[in-house]
Design a protein around this ligand. Structure first.
Ligand code: MF3
Ligand code: CO
Length: 250
């Protein structure tokens, strides 16, 4: 069931989304060679708690941390650990923050120091693919319009579209209906209505689109070892278009 949120709920979600944006802004200067992903997790968790909010990922189906920290060929759900970032890495920080029971969710990929042109290309076009999807958000359009726009943009830039994971509705729960795949067909799927809130989150690869999950039950990596990027926004369907609840503050 796809829920339509009330104005009161939307205000709480706006607040949760803004905390997600602020946390990304807060953590950005720490993303440098030498810091471990575990240290980043600790800093983010403290930021969330200091803002009277909840790190929703922690404990979700047993997930052990407050952020996902996915380095290079890790696509999503990298568990923070003792790996020290080094120059030339890319890292995706993906976080869900709860405020008074309502969730905000956004992921960004960051460069550590100077990165090569391939990684720059991957990051630039994964973020643009996200906005191609976001632009399709308006009442009357359908989920398939978003999916097709993301896929079209990604594949025309020779990037692989990971199919095993997709975007989702969001509200009280971090994952609600509908599913928002990053591939699909225009004019198919549920129709968008004002008051729906969805997360659009292309996960694109520089090489082939195939992925596997590690034995930890979480970490998803590209099969060919090529890097992946991931950008995500929480987006409200408004009367005449969309509102991004997790705007970039940089
Ligand atoms: N933030 C992810 C998403 O975009 C989900 C995280 S899974 C968790 O849907 F286990 F880390 F919580
Ligand atoms: Co999400």
């Amino acid at each position: 069931m796809i829920t339509i949120k009330s104005e009161r709920e939307l205000d709480l979600m706006r607040h949760a989304g803004m905390l997600v944006s602020k946390m990304h802004q807060f953590i950005k200067p720490y993303i440098k060679a030498g810091i471990t992903t575990k240290e980043l997790d600790k800093l983010c968790e403290q930021f969330i708690l200091d803002n009277d909010a909840t790190p929703t990922e922690k404990g979700y189906e047993g997930y052990p941390a407050s952020i996902c920290a996915s380095v290079n060929d890790t696509v999503v759900h990298g568990i923070p650990n003792n790996y020290k970032l080094k120059d030339g890495d890319i890292i995706t920080i993906d976080v869900v923050i709860g405020y008074k029971g309502y969730q905000g969710d956004a992921a960004w990929t960051y460069a550590v120091g100077e990165i090569d042109d391939d990684k720059k290309y991957l990051m630039e076009h994964t973020e643009k693919a996200l906005y191609e999807g976001v632009k399709m958000v308006k009442p009357g359009n359908r989920i398939g319009d978003i999916s097709a726009a993301v896929q079209e943009y990604a594949e025309s830039h020779n990037l692989g579209v990971v199919r095993e994971l997709c975007g989702h509705g969001i509200g009280r729960e971090m994952h609600e209906d509908p599913e928002v795949p990053n591939f699909g067909t225009k004019n198919t799927g549920p129709r968008l209505k004002p008051g729906m809130v969805i997360c659009i989150e292309p996960m694109l690869t520089f090489g082939k689109r195939y992925v596997y999950q590690e034995d930890d039950g979480w970490t998803v990596n590209t099969e060919d070892g090529e890097p992946a990027a991931h950008y995500e926004h929480t987006v409200l369907v408004t009367e005449d278009g969309y509102e991004i609840f997790t705007p970039r503050l940089d």
